[in-house]
Design a protein around this ligand. Sequence first.
Ligand code: SF4
Length: 100
Amino acid sequence: MLNRRKLLILGSLLPMALPGIVAAEPTCGGALSMSQKNRRRALGYLDVSNDPKRRCGLCSYFSEAEPGCGKCQMLSGGAVTNNSVCNSFVADTTKHPTAQ
Ligand code: SF4
């Protein structure tokens, strides 16, 4: 059973555990300007795609810059991860022949 002391100890350890959880998905590029955030919002950008066939790494507008990260033409060369996606996704059949 958890008592107050154990809860306080667990609470103090939580911030140390969070970076490991957050680091599961690579982050690309630095902080975004307000206009970059607005552009992403307008395109329905998601940091992680729900569909493995629809993700930046398989998109015509994507060019890989480093493992896990690339640049998107629709975002004026803004940094995206391979697993992000937006509503402007266009499958690049040279990257994934079965993508639609
Ligand atoms: S257009 Fe959308 S899906 Fe394609 S690379 Fe850019 S952000 Fe990713």
